[in-house]
Write a protein of this length. Structure first.
Length: 156
């Protein structure tokens, strides 16, 4: 019997109309996705997203409107017996971003690469100007749908 894996992500647009993404090197794969992660048992989805931003970026955010929830079957890329359900919210930073922001994809610094060797994962953050942002900006199939919904919402 398969399992469900619930993921929660935030789409954060800054004052310069740039979309925040994270570039990750995980299990030998390079992916660009939205900040967020796995829902823990006993946790609400909004609380999960706030926790993930705090853990990944040391950033307090306000979780805004619901944007999209997966409405098709998506098998996990990492666990073939798991079905992924992703929930997307708009997010707003409540304070300045203090983590290193990159201008190029997968531009990891030496300390991040050293951590990759030990933890088998590495991540960095960057903003993409909204006029350059599309579903092609992200890697995962569900993220591509959420990116399109986000673009349509902001351009209509």
């Amino acid at each position: 019997m398969g399992s469900f894996n619930v993921r929660v992500y935030g789409l954060l647009l800054n004052e310069a109309r740039e979309v925040l993404v994270t570039d990750e090197w995980i299990r030998g794969m390079r992916i660009t996705k939205f900040p967020g992660g796995g829902l823990e048992f006993g946790e609400g989805t909004r609380d999960c997203l706030a926790r993930e931003f705090l853990e990944e970026m040391n950033l307090r955010v306000e979780v805004g409107a619901h944007l999209y929830t997966t409405d098709f079957y998506q098998q996990s890329a990492y666990h073939p017996g798991h079905q992924i359900i992703s929930i997307y919210y708009l997010a707003e930073a409540l304070e300045p971003i203090r983590v290193r922001l990159n201008t190029k994809p997968f531009d990891f610094d030496e300390s991040q690469l050293a951590r990759y060797a030990a933890e088998q994962q590495c991540e960095s953050f960057r903003f993409i100007p909204f006029h350059e942002f599309s579903e092609e900006s992200v890697t995962l199939p569900i993220d591509k749908v959420a990116a399109e919904v986000f673009r349509n919402q902001l351009t209509s």
